[in-house]
Design a protein around this ligand. Structure first.
Ligand code: NCD
Length: 314
């Protein structure tokens, strides 16, 4: 049966830990002078992006190439979608060419699940609407574990700050961080929180300043300006005053606190300091680790199960 990564549930019990361990193997491949293994030779990975992206798309394509898979890129803006082709026709047409995995980003929640009903290929969710972004959660979990030299996040206090309501990153990260044992707090004005968070296992506050001295990881979300069509905030200026990482707040962080952001950053909105001035900033590590984590995901879905680091392991 074809396996997918549409959300973290698709990994099954213990799957999160297994993927983090596999990511560490892939990171070792990436440190080699020639960071490439033949593990997915002969396989084809198609990226199907209906929404803008820089890092996620390039990250997946780099990951596929480092595993020696063939890659194809589909971009909605230059495709027959502009001639009225339906999503289903697009997927069935590309499937008919014989592909092994679709990496999908779409502005509507649930599209990766729909696509998985129309194709025999594996489907990887690279972000669907406000819903899920499982590889971001994997790479962020990996990055924190790496920085803390730990295999879990037991007791680690993580504040996820900002536009939680419109954020697939917040939803997927909450899930991964709590499963690994972290204590997660959402920090946002009530207008930027989801209507219901029953069973999410998180604390919620509007008071970033009170929480700041007690956080081990400050995770800033991007203000999703393209998704905010109501007047949810008096002004971006006020948002920055209450929730932005300003120089004053940076000084009040614990000296060993880690600072993360999924990118792309709205400088001057959620962050007004230069992250390169913060000793605990992991934003570049997140991008670097994203490649290893996506290699692990593609190998987990399409590989033979043999050791991917081994040239004969295919
Ligand atoms: C995120 C996304 O698109 O969901 N970015 C990313 O994947 N690096 C976060 C965001 O756009 O806010």
């Amino acid at each position: 049966m074809t396996r997918h990564l549409r959300d973290l549930d698709d990994l099954g019990p213990g799957g999160l830990r297994r993927l983090l361990d596999l990511s560490a193997h892939m990171a070792e491949v990436n440190r080699r002078p020639v960071p490439k293994v033949p593990a997915l030779r002969g396989r084809t990975v198609v990226s199907l992006f209906f929404e803008d992206s820089t890092r996620t798309r390039v990250s997946f394509e780099t990951a596929a190439k480092r595993l020696s898979a063939d890659t194809m890129a589909f971009s909605a803006s230059t495709s027959s979608v502009n001639k009225g082709e339906s999503l289903r026709d697009t997927v069935e047409t590309i499937s008919a060419m014989g592909v092994d995995a679709f990496v999908v980003r779409h502005k509507s929640s649930g599209v990766p699940w729909q696509i998985s009903r129309w194709t025999d290929a594996a489907v990887v969710n690279a972000g669907d609407g406000w819903h899920e972004h499982p590889t971001q959660a994997l790479l962020d979990s990996y990055t924190i574990c790496e920085a803390l030299h730990r295999r879990d996040l037991d007791g680690v206090r993580i504040a996820i700050v900002g536009d939680v309501r419109h954020s697939r990153v917040a939803r997927s990260n909450r899930r991964a961080f709590t499963e690994l044992g972290a204590q997660v707090t959402f920090v946002a004005p009530a207008t930027l929180l989801p209507p219901s968070m029953d069973d999410w296992g998180v604390a919620v506050t509007e008071d970033l300043d009170a929480l700041l001295p007690d956080v081990d990881v400050l995770y800033l979300l991007r203000m999703q300006r393209e998704r905010t069509n109501e007047a949810l905030l008096p002004s971006l200026r006020e948002y920055t005053d209450r929730f932005g990482l300003t120089p004053e707040r940076a000084r009040r962080l614990r000296p060993d606190a880690l600072v993360m952001h999924p990118g792309p950053m709205n400088r001057g909105v959620e962050i007004t300091v230069d992250p390169s001035d913060l000793p605990g900033a992991l934003i570049t590590r997140q991008v670097t680790n994203g490649v290893a984590v996506r290699m692990a995901v593609l190998f987990d879905l399409l590989g033979s199960g043999a050791d991917p680091r081994d040239a004969e392991g295919q």
